[in-house]
Design a protein around this ligand. Structure first.
Ligand code: SF4
Length: 431
């Protein structure tokens, strides 16, 4: 690589972003799956060239933090050597395809979501006609029955349905049922229709990187399908119903079979490179040799036998992962915070650790956000603590931008607001 990689506000591997703790890049494993060798390679390189913090993202990517200017090119080269780099910065930027974690290993899945996700990733990367898509534009492929993509959305979503698949659009109220053989071509048509629409909005509107939601708002889902030349009969999208619960850490056997999956939660959204290296070893010993990145701040090991699950749990716990479903830390969703993000008004991860230790974590996700942007949990949460220059604000049943119920609290006041009967003196002595 001769020229230094470009900087980007929506980072990918070849377009690093400046963050509070150095340069940040995102690795995008195809079908959100890494081999044990690739995971070990990411662990080694993130410790060598970055600050050793790796974060699974809600799009099935791995965010590597704290890279130095001088090490970025070597890091990209190291990722290329293990098959985790695309062939061009633009192809890499638009290759955003989330897949359900089990893919073809889900015994009830109607189609191989991982195969389709890989195909779509290849098309996005290799076709320059698609490289004008906004960097945040993403696809989702979900055939999961045992472990569907609970609570996840994307600009274009392919899910199981009818005799094959259905396509849903972000913000849309209609689904398009399709035979499986037509899905790839139909997604391509939707992508090109979106690009034409974006072009038609004029240069200024296009520069604002609109998303599918905007095209649906302007034309209706039905209109978008028609613009893509997809004139099959649509049906109402009744939505996901009740908000889906995030899967919890621990072992889950599949359909009374001899194997299951184990979810290892990343403490407060991040994991150290040593922990990722240990997980790579565990994948070779206890699972099918892969690590799947889930959108729930957790990594999945597939093919674990019930007899091996306790050993895997103990070693993952020693490496620093959350492994018990009732661990209060599994109910906290927290963003990078200070010093990792320049916009952060507090060290959210250390405050999350304090609140977890006091035992005041409520049921349902507690969102701790370093500012009102709410990166870690874009949808409403039962309780959100939002850092401001004056302390923490508390928002109930809302997003960080929503009006707070209380404002300007210290760490201790925030813990007491979550559990009014909390005795901080005794919870501190019990820590
Ligand atoms: S929510 Fe704010 S503080 Fe947290 S990562 Fe996003 S921009 Fe940074």
């Amino acid at each position: 690589m001769n020229a230094p990689p470009a900087r980007g506000w929506c980072p990918s591997l070849m377009t690093p972003m400046e963050a509070g703790d150095g340069l940040l890049v995102r690795i995008k494993p195809r079908a959100a799956t890494l081999t044990a060798e690739q995971a070990a390679g990411v662990a080694e390189a993130s410790g060598r060239y970055g600050n050793g913090i790796v974060e699974p993202t809600n799009r099935g990517h791995l965010q590597v933090r704290g890279l130095a200017e001088t090490g970025i090119e070597d890091f990209v080269r190291a990722m290329a050597d293990i098959g985790l780099a695309g062939t061009s910065p633009r192809g890499e930027a638009v290759r955003n395809v989330l897949a359900d974690p089990l893919g073809p290993d889900d015994p009830a899945a109607r189609f191989d979501s991982h195969r389709l996700a890989r195909r779509l990733s290849d098309v996005l990367e290799s076709d320059p006609a698609l490289h004008g898509l906004p960097g945040k534009f993403g696809l989702l492929v979900d055939a999961g029955v045992a472990l569907p993509l609970a609570g996840c959305t994307a600009d274009i979503m392919v899910r199981s349905g009818g005799d094959g698949a259905v396509i849903a659009l972000d913000g849309g109220d209609r689904l398009l049922p399709l035979p499986l053989s037509a899905v790839e071509d139909s997604v391509y048509r939707l992508l090109t229709a979106f690009l034409s629409w974006m072009k038609g909005q004029g240069r200024r509107a296009a520069a604002s990187a609109p998303r599918m939601k905007a095209m649906v708002a302007a034309n209706g889902a039905h209109g978008v399908f028609r613009a893509a030349g997809l004139d099959g009969e649509t049906r109402p999208d009744t939505g996901p119903g009740e908000p889906a619960k995030r899967p919890l850490p621990g072992f889950v056997p599949i359909a009374d079979g001899p194997r299951g999956y184990f979810l290892s939660g990343a403490r407060f959204g991040g994991l150290e490179s040593e922990a990722l290296a240990e997980l790579a070893k565990l994948a070779r010993t206890f699972s099918d040799g892969t690590i799947r990145i889930t959108p729930w701040k957790a990594v999945l090991s597939w093919g674990v036998s019930p007899t091996d699950a306790p050993s895997l749990r103990d070693r993952a716990a020693r490496a620093g992962f959350i492994v018990e479903p009732d661990d209060p830390r599994a109910r906290i969703v927290v963003c990078a915070g200070r010093p990792r993000c320049a916009s952060a008004k507090a060290d959210t991860r250390s405050d999350a650790a304090f609140i977890a230790a006091t035992g005041s974590v409520p049921e349902g996700p507690l969102h701790i956000s370093g500012c009102t942007k709410g990166c870690a949990h874009p949808s409403p949460a039962p309780v959100a603590l939002v850092a401001t220059a004056a302390g923490y604000d508390l928002v109930r049943d809302g997003r960080p931008v929503d009006p707070p119920e209380r404002t300007g609290m210290t760490q201790e006041e925030a813990a007491r607001a979550l559990a009014p009967t909390l005795d901080l003196a005794s919870s501190a002595s019990g820590r």
